[in-house]
Design a binder for this molecule. Sequence first.
Ligand code: SAM
Ligand code: DTB
Ligand code: SF4
Length: 315
Amino acid sequence: MQKIINNRTKEDIRNIYNTPLINLIFEAASVHREYHNPLKMKISRLISIKTGACVEDCAYCAQSARYNTGVEAHKVLSLEDVLKEAADAQSKGVERVCLSASWRSVPEGKQFENVLEMIAKVKEMGLSVCCTMGMLEKHQAEELAKAGIVAYNHNLDTSDEFYPKIISTRSYTDRLETIDRLIDAGVKHCTGGILGLGESEEDRISMIHKLATMRKHPYTVPLNTLVPIKGTPLEEMPQVPLWDIVRMIATVRITMPETMICLAAGRKQMIEEGQALCFLAGANTIFVGTKLLTTPIPTIDEDLEMLRKLGMVVY
Ligand code: SAM
Ligand code: DTB
Ligand code: SF4
C-alpha cells in the first residue's frame, strides 16, 4: 500500500491527470481495491430541509434568489416532514441521509437548535446523518461534532483562480475557513466540486491539488457535473464529456486513496456503462431517491438494478 501523501505538487497532480486514460483507469482501479472493497457502494439520500431563496449568487444553482429558475422556495421543513422523508428512505434500504439547506451560513439560536434536534431524531431511527448548510462558526462545528454527524459537505467547487467567475458573494478563503473549523472540531469534511462550469483543465488540476494537500484529506470528495438550470448564467453550458469525469475520479482516487468518492450530480445524464467506468475508477458512493435537491436522478429501483447487474452491494 502506498503511503497517504498530502504534499504532492501541482506538477505531480498534472502528471497523474495527464496519464493515458487506459493506464490512468487501471492505476486508479488498482489503488481503489487496495483501500476499498470495490463491490461496495454507499447509498444516501438528500433531504432538502430548506429549499431556494438563497442569498448567494452561485452561477450554477437553482436555489439562488438572484435567478428566475422556477424553484419554489419553502420555509424550513418541519421535524415531522424530515422524519417522514427519512422513514421513506429507510424503507427502501437507505441507511444514510444528508440534510441540506440553502443557507449562506448556518443560522444561530433557535434555528440551529432545530437542526440539532432533526439530527438527533433521525439518528434515533437508526440512520446516520450528514449535513450541508453553508458556512459555520467554530462553536457550530463543535456542536455538530457533539451531535455525531458522519460528515459535513462544504465544496470548493472549482479552483481558487476560477472561483470569482462563479460566485461573488463569498470567497475561496471563506470556504477554506469553514473547512478548517470542521477539521479543528473533529468533523469529517466532504469536499469536492463541479465540472462543466467553463473551467480549464488547469483549474481542475488546481482544485485536486488543493484537496490533496489539505492537512487532512476529505472524508469524501463529491464530484458533480453541472446540471444546467434554466434561468441561471450557466444554463447554456455544454454537457461534460464522460471521459473528463472518469479522468477526474481516477486522479482523485490515486491522490487520495482512503477518501470516498461520490458520483454526485449528473448521473441522470449518464448511461449505465458510463457510471460503471466511474465506479471502476474509484467512485464508491451515490445519492439515490427521486431527486437530488431540485433536479432528477434515476429512480432507486433503476439504481439498485444497475448495481445488481454490476455485482455490487449497497450498504
Ligand atoms: N448551500 C450549501 C452550500 O452551498 O454549501 C449546501 C447546498 S449546495 C446545493 C451543495 C453543492 O451542490 C454545491 O456546492 C455544488 O457543488 C452542488 N450543486 C449545486 N447546484 C448544482 C448544479 N446545478 N449542478 C451540479 N452541482 C450542483
Ligand atoms: C454535493 O456536492 N452534491 C449534492 C450535495 N453535495 C448536497 C447536491 C447536488 C445538487 C444538484 C443540483 C440540484 O439538485 O439542485
Ligand atoms: Fe445557496 Fe448553496 Fe445554491 Fe450557493 S450552492 S446558491 S450557497 S444553495
